[in-house]
Design a protein around this ligand. Structure first.
Ligand code: TYD
Length: 224
């Protein structure tokens, strides 16, 4: 399958070489820990794994990340959605698809579901339009598997409060925003049950890692 931009409505799971797993969820749900644990396990099994993230993941993406997460003033909601989509377009074309085509496993912290949840539900833009924009940006490709770590935003907030670092623009949003984001993620998972693995992120990290590994094992087996 080609990674070149297709029509806005095209949406297909990646069916080429490699394996593409994205991690989604609200802020503070423990995605980075799970990405790291899965990477360790896959690498120990002899797989070539690359770890990446959105926004970011490329030098251009890191510049965009700095704007969307750390700009001090207001960013118009449509401009914000376009910035995330621009990051995604570049990241998918220049980093993700080439790695998959080399047969590697790509573990990615956030993808277009984050745009639908945050810019769509959170920022009250039209969710379908936001999804269409991201699909256009990404050439219509979806990951083999999306792990959604689901957690009550109040619990997630308590975790972030324990970290010794300032909030970014999204983390600083009010609780209702994060409640809408959580509901949007769960709605996306319900609409695409084959792509999503939804896990209760209040489980101990090692237990979560086991559940993720079990699903990834079956995805790898399905590749043949
Ligand atoms: P991330 O680095 O994953 O932060 P955290 O570790 O706190 O989850 O994501 C940065 C923020 O960017 C996060 O608050 C969600 C937001 N975001 C969007 O609003 N839209 C998007 O398309 C993406 C990829 C992220």
């Amino acid at each position: 399958m080609s990674g070149s931009p297709g029509g806005a409505s095209r949406a297909e799971r990646w069916a080429g070489d490699g394996l593409w797993v994205t991690f989604e969820g609200g802020d503070g749900v423990g995605k980075s820990t799970q990405v790291a644990l899965l990477e360790e396990w896959l690498a120990a099994g002899g797989r070539t794994v690359v770890r990446t993230r959105e926004p970011g993941g490329t030098p251009v993406g890191e510049l965009i990340r700095d704007i969307v997460l750390h700009h001090r003033g207001h960013i118009a909601p449509r401009a914000e959605a376009l910035l995330y989509a621009a990051d995604r377009a570049h990241h998918v074309a220049e980093f993700v698809v080439p790695a998959l085509e080399r047969g590697e496993v790509v573990l990615q912290d956030r993808y277009l579901d984050s745009s639908v949840a945050y810019q769509g539900a959170g920022r009250v833009l039209d969710a379908e339009q936001v999804r269409g924009l991201s699909l256009w940006a990404a050439g219509g490709i979806l990951p083999n598997l999306t792990v959604l770590l689901d957690l009550d935003p109040a619990v997630a907030r308590a975790r972030i409060d324990g970290d010794d670092r300032p909030f970014d623009r999204l983390e600083a949003e009010r609780e209702e925003f994060h409640v809408r984001v959580r509901e949007a993620f769960l709605g996306l998972a319900a609409a695409e049950p084959d792509r999503f693995l939804v896990l209760d992120a209040s489980l101990p990290p090692e237990r979560l890692a086991e559940l993720v590994r079990a699903r990834v094992e079956s995805e790898i087996a399905a590749l043949g």
